[in-house]
Design a binder for this molecule. Structure first.
Ligand SMILES: [Zn+2]
Length: 346
């Protein structure tokens, strides 16, 4: 056992040294930089650069945390919440310099596609504190898998957070800086069946994929595929259905430009603030125009039906000695085809 431990340590040091080479030069920010180049939405197989995401010595048992974590390693996902300080609330300010670097196999976001002309049905609604995007048909729901996740995490909804002005709208901060908007794709562990059951399981119940928007001069056309429906759900409680898979694809543009992501154990950012959420955060933002932000502020809220939702972000919470993991690698979009006859049978 002792010999195994020493060998493990040597291998670990070798791997950390190898994978660490050149890492610092890739820790860049492009908040003010050019927009992302357009890329195919659905790479169907691993692209050339993705081979770098795989451990070069093929000893992922040493590097990976989770169910296969070796004895004595740092605690990883699923989190042992009882061993972490309380409280474990979200959002937080993520400091890059303090995050712990990790390597995992690629994290994948699977989208359904259909060749049917009228696409996949989505449900757009006004929740009273913002706009909510759901996918009624189970077969059409996106899901997350791979990376640190040992199960599929099934799509529940996408919603976004914004503020009263065009500067401070995001919930999470990166290195003490905010963004005008932050969006959340809420997913739940398939083994728990529903989002409500998953929220009772704090270690691995819910994963929220998170991304940011920065101010741009032009409308974001992909985002507009979703925002075009905001005027139709302006009133609190309004709900519409549209057969429009493009409305669901707008997060895909943020995936190729992010070469790393953050992960940490946190909570819902709305009541009841349940501490059952793992945040996966893509730090490099895409653009949103002032007009698009203004459109979101026309949604009417639930407490004051005569007033719009000017801000729906929660204030920064204390990190409280939690470890934030910095994971090298992209979240990769993959597609799966739904037979036409199944796609619109809501
Ligand atoms: Zn949220």
């Amino acid at each position: 056992m002792e010999l195994f431990f020493h060998i493990s340590m040597i291998v670990t040091i070798m791997v950390v040294s190898l994978t660490g080479m050149g890492r610092t030069t890739r820790l860049f920010r492009s908040r003010g930089g050019p927009m992302a180049p357009s890329e195919p939405e659905f790479p169907t197989e691993l692209e050339g650069e993705d081979r770098f995401l795989v451990n070069p010595l093929n000893v992922d048992e040493v590097l990976s945390f989770g169910p296969r974590a070796p004895q004595g390693s740092s605690p990883g996902f699923p989190w042992d919440r009882s061993q972490l300080p309380q409280p474990q609330q979200s959002p937080i300010d993520i400091c890059r310099c303090k995050c712990k670097s990790m390597t995992y196999q690629p994290l994948k976001l699977s989208y359904a596609k259909t060749s049917r002309n009228d696409g996949i049905v989505v449900e757009i609604s006004n929740s009273g504190h913002g706009v909510n995007l759901k996918v009624p048909k189970a077969e059409a729901k996106p899901f997350l898998s791979g990376g640190m996740l040992s199960n599929r995490y099934i799509y529940d909804n996408i919603h976004c957070h914004w503020g009263r002005n065009d500067i401070m709208g995001s919930e999470h901060f990166i290195d003490a800086e905010s963004y005008p908007m932050e969006c959340h794709m809420v997913t739940f562990n398939e083994k728990y069946g529903t989002i409500n059951e998953a929220l009772k399981n704090k270690q691995d119940g819910v994963v929220v994929l998170t991304w940011f928007y920065k101010l741009a001069n032009e409308d974001n056309k992909r985002l507009q595929n979703f925002l075009q429906y905001v005027p139709s759900v302006r009133e609190n409680g309004a709900k519409i259905f549209r057969a429009d898979q493009n409305a669901l694809f707008f997060p895909l543009e943020v995936l190729p430009i992010n070469q790393e992501y953050f992960a940490y154990p946190g909570s819902l950012t709305t009541p009841p603030f349940t501490e059952a959420v793992t945040f996966i955060i893509l730090p490099i933002a895409v653009g949103i125009s002032k007009d698009q932000l203004a459109l979101l502020r026309t949604l009417m809220d639930d407490k004051n039906p005569s007033k719009p939702v000017l801000s729906n972000r929660r204030e920064i919470q204390t990190l409280n000695h939690r470890t934030v993991y910095c994971v090298k690698g992209r979240v990769q979009a993959i597609s799966r085809e739904i037979p036409p006859q199944q796609s619109n049978d809501v």
